[in-house]
Design a protein around this ligand. Structure first.
Ligand SMILES: [Zn+2]
Length: 143
C-alpha cells in the first residue's frame, strides 16, 4: 500500500503517512461503502416481508360472523336464568339462541357458539321441566 500524496510506503493500519503526514483514507472508505451497501440490501429486504403479513390476513375466511356466536352465548345465559323470573322468556331465548349458535358455528368463535348452544339446550330443558313441574303442582292443588 502506498501514500496517495507522496507515493511513500505505508504500514498497514497507518492513519497518516509517515513521510508527508497526509491522512490515509482510501481503504477505510472502501470498507465503509461496503458496510453501507450491505445495510441498504438488508433494509431493502425488510419491506418485502412486511408486505407479506397483510396478504396472509386477507386469506382468512371472509364470512366470519362471530356476532352469532356471541348472541348465542348471551341468549344461552339468559335462558339458563330466565325460568327463575319469567319461564316464557326461556322458550324464546332458547330457540333463538340455538339458531344463533348454529349460525355462529361457522365463525372463528366456534367454541363460544358450542357453549351457547349447550346452554340454550340445557336452559330449554330446565324451562320445559319447570313448566311441567309447575303445571303438576297447580293441577294437584286444584284437585
Ligand atoms: Zn505521503
Amino acid at each position: 500500500m502506498k501514500c496517495e500524496s507522496c507515493g511513500g510506503n505505508l504500514q498497514p493500519g497507518d492513519e497518516f503517512c509517515q513521510s508527508c503526514g497526509a491522512k490515509v483514507e482510501a481503504k477505510k472508505e472502501t470498507v465503509e461503502t461496503v458496510a453501507q451497501a450491505t445495510e441498504t440490501a438488508y433494509t431493502a429486504e425488510a419491506p418485502t416481508s412486511q408486505i407479506m403479513e397483510p396478504a396472509k390476513k386477507a386469506a382468512a375466511p371472509v364470512e366470519d360472523k362471530p356476532g352469532f356466536a356471541i348472541a348465542g352465548l348471551v341468549l344461552g345465559i339468559i335462558t339458563l336464568v330466565a325460568w327463575l323470573l319469567m319461564p316464557l322468556i326461556g322458550y324464546i331465548t332458547g330457540i333463538v339462541g340455538i339458531i344463533m349458535s348454529v349460525k355462529g358455528m361457522k365463525s372463528s368463535r366456534k367454541n363460544m357458539a358450542i357453549a351457547g348452544l349447550v346452554m340454550c339446550i340445557v336452559g330449554l330443558v330446565i324451562t320445559v321441566g319447570w313448566h311441567c313441574a309447575a303445571t303438576c303442582i297447580i293441577m294437584s292443588a286444584m284437585s
